[in-house]
Design a binder for this molecule. Sequence first.
Ligand code: UTP
Length: 292
Amino acid sequence: MLRKVRKVVIPAAGLGTRFLPATKAMPKEMLCVVDKPIIQYAVEEAVASGIEHIIIVTGRSKSSMEDHFDIAFELEATLRERGKLDLVREARKVSDLASVSYIRQKEPLGLGHAVLAARDLVGDAPFAVMLPDDLIDSPRKAALRQMIEVFERTGDPVIALLKVALKDISAYGVIKGEQDAKDPRIYVLQELVEKPKMEDAPSDLAIMGRYILTPDIFEDLATTARDKGGEIQLTNGLRALSTRRRLLGYEFEGMRYDAGQKLGFLKATVDLALQRDDLGPALREHLKSLGL
Ligand code: UTP
């Protein structure tokens, strides 16, 4: 079986209600952390992981995302006239990142439904899924790359895992799994539960927004029953898939921020700015001066 992962699906069609009013006319994925929209972090991680083709699932107001990854002729011409060639290069870097396609999810009927919308563009090959609001900073090796390497070795679908505090567990999909004897980051999945109550959670290992999947998941998504809210959940599709094949969980190395909610977004902004040579020292001074 083919084990090269060339394509990634990035669902970006959610309503982003937790970020209203910022997301009234702009997708959540275009909110800016330091100086880049959230979705650009995901695209850069994908490219650093060896992905060649990015498929973005869009909903309303998709044009800002298309424009962001496209060449901005007028902006470039104006910058060139003003002799700002370094800024021309900066703008170009984004459009040169990767080949990007867009597909529309006509209604926001859940993450599983968004992934299903990309079926024809993905075709019959393994692919990755990345949720851009899980922003992962992993300087040593991109989180998605870590997972692709597990897939290349095993051929089994791989789901990103992170230990979370039990009081927060009901916000996530949660797994029960058997830890691999050789690599303690790997778990063979035995159970997947979407948003369990704390007392029902099978572990403290929560599913994060990175997946390496095989195309047989599409059949499961197409036949998965909708939940109470009328949505197709990816976790439910994965549970159906797990009856037919082995699924792995992988506790990736890296710092994850939930940039889809306000506190996580603020933490990402501060931490990533502190790492920067041009902003870090001055921001550190400012934070110290607050005497917290
Ligand atoms: P979330 O669960 O964060 O939902 O989606 P949301 O609608 O974006 O945000 P809130 O909860 O209203 O604040 C996780 C990811 O799945 C995408 C989102 O864009 C986000 O990247 N998604 C979700 C879709 O593409 N389509 C959907 O129908 C739902």
